[in-house]
Ligand binder design. Structure first.
Ligand code: GLC
Length: 541
């Protein structure tokens, strides 16, 4: 029985679908909405609560949907509005929530708003985007850089001014200081909320407000996360400006007018914790879930991870809901980053920490990054910066459903938009469904326990001090039930003694699969890279 106090976005599990790569129902090599509908039962079987779908809107696809040309229209490649409506009702009928991507920082250059805006300097939509004169020498108005590389200003020969694009030139930045933009973009939220969507993941929101005086950005700092993605300037005047917070509070007020616990999730790439937690809002009146990306940058190392997790919990404002992301469409897959042998342990950590986890499609199969031959690379960021290992194609390849050609994603003989991984004959849903010791079965068992045991989805959390290097252990507790999770980060067997927590325990799940059994807490053997989930039998004062 799931407890009454199960709030879907706080205690449940999100599953991100990259729609181009989930399921191709019409044989054009690209995933679509009907494909998602066809696989909803799989998601129920897996045991997740909510799906976040990356953009499905009309788009020229310069950034694969993150360049929207109609915020209220579905791209024909994905289907039509009737298919979307069916997806929503079919998901809801199965108890699954649907969260959409909302891309407020920029539209596509082919959005009618921008086409009007660039048509003349006195067009009524001119101020919907950010236009500036060049410097006296004709150069760009300031030194701002695009996140995807190169300068952030594009010269427009017709109206003889520059427009700002913090991503591709095909993604002009909207002017959020213009109340008409605010109103139009609020209407977009209302449009989807009225249809019944359960919330939004808000894309690149930290960039929406630029410094009003447009000062030059200073050189990037040595330790800066921005340096790692190739920026040469610290984006202090373009990212994370204080004016963003009133804008977010207005979004939240809008969402709160709707019933049904709609959720507001933010793409908040911030590793300074005091900055990150500001995105909950002083009165917890901004994001319910400002994404916590520490699990996408930390190495698989127990001490460093434990320190990062502790610091995160300690930084949270009272009442704020923690969350963890270990993978998404912008970072290399967790099985590749952490190592295939640690993949299940990383899943154990993600799904037993205190906080809302977001899984990335196919992580439940242990899918790895796929090597993409240069001729098949399509990600504009990767193509702009080939030496930085930031191309995003490897983590966006088709879902592996079965061992038929094209992994059951597209019919045989079709060229899929990105290549299917070579290992699809072994790593796929159909094979893993029939293998009781597969990674899929491990995830299913873990998700089931997480849902059934209040200690896991809403219990307290405490690390257990212990001295075995390379081992992390923590307790989750609710309603008098205590669970101990132990993770062996080492590739060697380790003996651990947790007799201070009780004499015996019941082993509920191991990454290496053993049937539930009673274990002695004083002499636990952890096999290489193994993690255990143990129910403790008795309290010790
Ligand atoms: C976000 C998205 C990313 C996209 C960028 C521009 O970071 O997650 O995929 O390229 O915004 O919209």
């Amino acid at each position: 029985m799931v407890s009454d106090s199960y709030l879907w976005w706080r205690h449940g599990v999100f599953y991100q679908i990259y729609p181009r790569s989930f399921m191709d129902s019409n044989g054009d090599g690209v995933g679509d909405l009907q494909g998602i509908i066809d696989r909803l039962d799989y998601l129920v079987e897996l045991g997740v609560d909510a799906i976040w779908i990356s953009p499905i809107f009309a788009s020229p696809m310069a950034d694969f949907g993150y360049d929207v040309s109609d915020y209220k229209g579905i791209h024909p490649m994905f289907g039509d509005m009737a298919t979307f409506d069916r997806l929503l009702s079919e998901a809801h009928r199965r108890g699954l929530r649907i969260v959409l991507d909302y891309v407020p920082n920029h539209s596509s250059a082919e959005h009618p708003w921008f086409i009007e805006s660039r048509s003349s300097r006195d067009n009524p939509k001119r101020e919907w985007y950010i236009w500036k004169d060049g410097k006296s020498d004709g150069g760009p108005p300031n030194n701002w850089e695009s996140i995807f590389g190169g300068q952030a200003w594009e010269w427009d020969a017709t109206t003889r001014q520059y427009y700002l694009h913090l991503f591709l030139p095909e993604q002009p930045d909207l002017n959020w200081r213009n109340p008409q933009v605010v109103q139009a973009m609020h209407e977009v939220l209302r449009f989807w909320l009225d249809k019944g969507v359960d919330g939004f993941r808000m894309d690149a929101v930290m960039l929406c407000m630029k410094h009003p005086d447009f000062p030059d950005n200073p050189p990037v700092q040595d330790q800066s996360a921005w340096k790692r993605i190739g920026l040469t300037l610290e984006p202090v005047y373009t990212v994370n400006r204080p004016e963003i917070h009133p804008m977010l509070r207005a979004f939240r007020q809008l969402l709160d007018q709707y019933d049904g616990d709609r959720v507001m999730i933010g793409e908040t790439w911030l590793f300074e914790l005091d900055e990150l937690v500001e995105y909950y809002g002083g009165e917890l009146d901004e994001f319910h879930i400002p994404f916590n990306f520490l699990g996408t940058v930390q190495p698989w190392e127990s001490g460093a991870l434990q320190a990062a997790i502790s610091a995160y919990y300690n930084a949270l404002p009272t009442g704020a809901a923690p969350n963890f992301v270990f993978g998404n469409h912008d970072v290399h897959r967790m099985a590749t980053r952490f190592g295939a042998e640690h993949h299940r342990s990383a899943g154990m950590l993600l799904l037993t920490l205190k906080g809302t986890p977001t899984l990335y499609y196919a992580d439940e199969l242990g899918m790895q990054d796929v090597d993409i031959p240069p001729a098949r690379c399509v990600d504009p960021w990767g193509l702009n910066a080939p030496d930085l290992n930031i191309g995003r194609d490897p983590q966006r390849t088709p879902m592996q459903w079965d061992r038929s050609p094209n992994a059951g994603f597209s019919p045989a003989g079709i060229d899929t938009w990105l290549p299917v991984a070579a290992d699809y004959g072994k790593v796929n849903v159909a094979v893993q469904r029939n293998d009781p010791e597969s990674t899929l079965q491990f995830y299913k068992a873990l998700l089931k326990l997480r849902r059934e045991l209040p200690a896991l989805h809403r219990g307290s959390f405490a690390f257990v001090d212990q001295t075995t290097p390379g081992v992390m252990a923590y307790l989750r507790e609710a309603d008098g039930r205590r669970l101990l999770i132990i993770i062996n980060f080492e590739s060697k067997e380790q003996q651990v003694d947790y007799s201070l927590l009780g004499k015996t325990g019941k082993l509920l799940l191991s990454t290496r699969f053993v049937s539930p059994t009673e274990v002695s807490m004083s002499a636990l053997t952890l096999r290489p890279c193994e993690s255990l989930l143990i129910q403790l039998m008795a309290h010790v004062k």
